[in-house]
Design a protein around this ligand. Structure first.
Ligand SMILES: Nc1ncnc2c1ncn2[C@@H]1O[C@H](COP(=O)(O)OP(=O)(O)O)[C@@H](O)[C@H]1O
Ligand SMILES: [Mg+2]
Length: 421
């Protein structure tokens, strides 16, 4: 098979790394790919959201299967453009991807179909939202409706903060059209987990449990990031809870999307809060998590290409999936200053040493090749993933690998997977 991966972050490198192990693969392309993905196939310089151009390229190159990593191309209708050209694609169509690209749509869907979540109100004007906030109980959460690269959700502890956030979004238009509507919702307390399931619109296949670390500093301090690390499996997600999530959230959601004429195909990612009243949905995403994917591929034993293909062909019921009995941990190495301002262009040392380590894989995210040298080029630079017989061994391996890698201003969390021990 000729396969094209859309995206160029750590998640897509993880997908590429696992797809490259499939005996079914003939040639791998990535749009735009990254330094790590370039070792596994050909990188194509196209913009991931130029969906017509990508579809045209895929048609010309006789690509058999396109796997979409990030949300932006899905929201831009990449699946629709490929399907029009009869090219098989893993990822939902635009109207189904709205479950992520419109938080207002997702909340309405949940309310209508009784899918557990926080109480939420949707506002299309500043005045209406302001009036609501003036009366509402604190803390509360304000979210921009559209895609905001993980920067559009604000937990507000007092009214002043909430008013400021609302000003920013609806008066200063800091998020552009993504902030034309806001969702104001009840603040939920509990442990946060990510839950992934493949679905072809009918069959649902939940994947292994994963937890990611969103805050930039140890002990969940500092601002939110795209994700500073992850591990799998999650010990406090018991078999009962797992089944509860499947029954109360995944099955009703996939059913609801079908009923709404937006049949959902691809990976459904539910960001959940485990509250004292049971699991509740914080948000849905229409793609794999980053860095959650990095640990999932390390644990997956089955052929991922076959699995994703069966899902795309609406034959997921035929798929069998096998997971390694051990555990995986991924530690993200970031540029100092991220998620705020940071410098790039620093040489990265030690990658050769790490490449010799058993059960360790370094996934590239913000790197680039400059005069034959790998240098930093983004906020999240690398994801150091390790597999082991248990969390402890995987964690030790990951941090040993981290100790060999060096670049100026390198920052990482030293407590990834600690709460699973
Ligand atoms: N209702 C809520 N109650 C408590 N915390 C929330 C709530 N909604 C979101 N959060 C926090 O904010 C983060 C980001 O919100 P989320 O809905 O996942 O949006 P996005 O990932 O698009 O920024 C969550 O990971 C969670 O930590
Ligand atoms: Mg989120």
């Amino acid at each position: 098979m000729k396969v094209l991966i859309v995206g160029g972050g750590g998640r897509e490198h993880a997908l590429a790394w696992k797809i490259a192990q499939s005996p079914k693969l003939k040639k791998l392309y990535s749009v735009p790919g990254n330094v790590g993905m370039a070792e596994l196939g050909e990188c194509v310089k196209l913009n991931p959201t130029d969906v017509e151009e990508i579809a045209e390229f895929a048609e010309k190159q006789n690509i058999d299967f396109v796997v979409v990593g990030p949300e932006a191309p899905l929201a831009a209708g990449i699946a629709d453009a490929l399907i029009k050209r009869k090219i098989l694609v893993f990822g939902p169509k635009r109207r189904a991807a709205e479950i992520e690209s419109s938080k207002a749509f997702a909340r309405r869907l949940m309310k209508k179909h009784n899918i557990p979540g926080p109480n939420a109100e949707i506002f299309a004007t500043y005045q209406a939202a302001k009036a609501y906030i003036t009366e509402a109980k604190m803390p509360l959460v304000i979210k921009v409706d559209g895609l905001a690269s993980g920067k559009g959700a604000f937990v507000c502890f007092d009214r002043e903060e909430a008013n400021d956030v609302l000003e920013q979004i609806m008066r200063e238009h800091s998020f552009g059209d993504a902030g034309n509507r806001v969702v104001v919702e009840e603040y939920l307390e509990g442990e946060e987990v990510s839950f992934f399931a493949l679905t072809d619109g009918t069959t649902i296949m939940p994947l292994e449990t994963v937890q990611d670390y969103k805050r930039v500093f140890d002990n969940d301090m500092g601002p939110n990031t795209g994700g500073m690390g992850s591990y799998s499996p999650v010990p406090f997600v018991t078999k009962e809870l797992y089944e509860d999530i499947e029954k109360k959230i995944l099955i009703p959601t996939v059913h609801a999307m079908r009923v709404e004429g937006r049949s959902y195909k691809g990976v459904l990612y539910a960001g959940l809060m485990l509250t004292k009243d049971g699991p509740k949905v914080l948000e849905f995403n229409a793609r794999f998590g980053d860095p959650e994917m990095q640990v999932l591929v390390l644990r997956l034993k089955s052929d991922i290409l076959e699995l994703l293909q069966l899902c795309a062909e609406e034959r997921l019921a035929e798929a069998k999936v096998e997971w390694g009995k051990g555990a995986a941990v991924c530690v993200v190495l970031a540029s100092g200053g991220y998620p705020g301002k940071y410098e790039v262009g620093y040489p990265i040392k030690g990658l050769k040493d790490v490449s010799k380590m058993k059960d360790v894989v370094v996934f590239h995210a913000g790197t680039e090749l400059k005069n034959g040298e790998i240098v930093t080029a983004g906020g999240r630079v690398l994801g150091v993933g390790a597999y082991g017989k248990d969390i402890k061994e995987a964690q030790q391996r990951a941090y040993e690998a981290v100790s060999y890698i060096k670049f100026n201003d390198m920052h990482y969390r030293s407590d990834i997977a600690e709460k699973a021990l």
